[in-house]
Design a binder for this molecule. Sequence first.
Ligand code: SF4
Length: 397
Amino acid sequence: MTHPSAAPGDGSDALFGLEALGSAAPAAEPAPRSGTEPLFRDSPAARRLLPVREIYAEPGAAASPRGRQVLARFPDARLIEVESHWRIPELHGNEGNVERWVRVKGETLVLGERKTFTSRPNGRSADWIAPGPSNGCAMACAYCYVPRRKGYANPVTVFTNIDRLIAHLGRHIARQGPKPEPDQVDPEAWVYDIGENGDCSVDALICDNTADLVHAFARWPTAKASFATKFVNPDLLALDPRGRTRIRFSLMPADDSRLLDLRTSPIADRIAAAPDFLDAGYEVHFNLSPVVIRPGWEDDWAELLRHLDDVLPDRVKRQAAAEVIMLTHNQELHEVNLGWHPRAEEALWRPGLQQAKRSQNGALNVRYRNDVKAGALETLRGLVAAHAPWLRIRYAF
Ligand code: SF4
């Protein structure tokens, strides 16, 4: 991720401070590591994304082997004991203070123990949504739904009882038996999304939760892990997933990404990393998401798809597939964003094209009107057929 986020001159540099956004990116071409080569997670670029200064921890989480691993990685961080990782009033919220919550995302970690282990059926992106090894994210995409439950200052909470999570998954997978028939998710494996509420590539900068999951799935012949990511972490190349982990690089036109995907790896780096991840034993898919309708969106998506076609080698194309997900947004988030990144809202908040729906918890969610969405999906399918016909669309939503 060379300089990831804000478009030059959009004013957001001043809001965050350049060092906060920083250059968290690896070189575009991560090379295979020898045993003595340093880990990316120890690099200055990784430290810029996560300059951790304080760690809130439940006592049991701090004392656990995984908790001790995290504390040892950030020896200068101040440890603050908390009763529950869900209730840290001084940390969560801060809706009105964006500069603070973006800083919190990089400078703060939380250690907690997951109490519930439920794999939910999905059927679109994955067969099952697994209980995640973390909650929260060090990046700061303007449209992100992940922070909503904890307020916007939602740094990474690492769940330290990863052994219980893996035991749950082992039992769940055993109960399913072999997949009876192919579906759009996968022809033969039960696919578990392991990164619903965070980004596993960033989690791997903090501890071995992602590595433990990748290794566990490498041993389960009827299942496959899957996670979407906006961050290129070359340390993942050393994990030997044996084809049992699907990494989904999220893609959107570079101009949209510069405007909306703060602190993430540049789109070109995500694409350039695909062959390395395939060669390291991952299945490599793409998430074309979120698709944001704004003037000129069709041309920019066409350019992105042509770029994919130009640079990806045949071995990546042969196994690739894509999910297409149209933008959904939320009134609360819209109002927060207006305070710090109004240019993002010019693209995200389009009342003339969108319809609102009040969710069960009272939030007003917006999505493109059915007719607008149907037309846009048809357009995008046409662009894929014209410019990247090898890219099978698994589902479009
Ligand atoms: S990378 Fe994903 S989880 Fe993180 S802020 Fe962006 S959308 Fe949210």
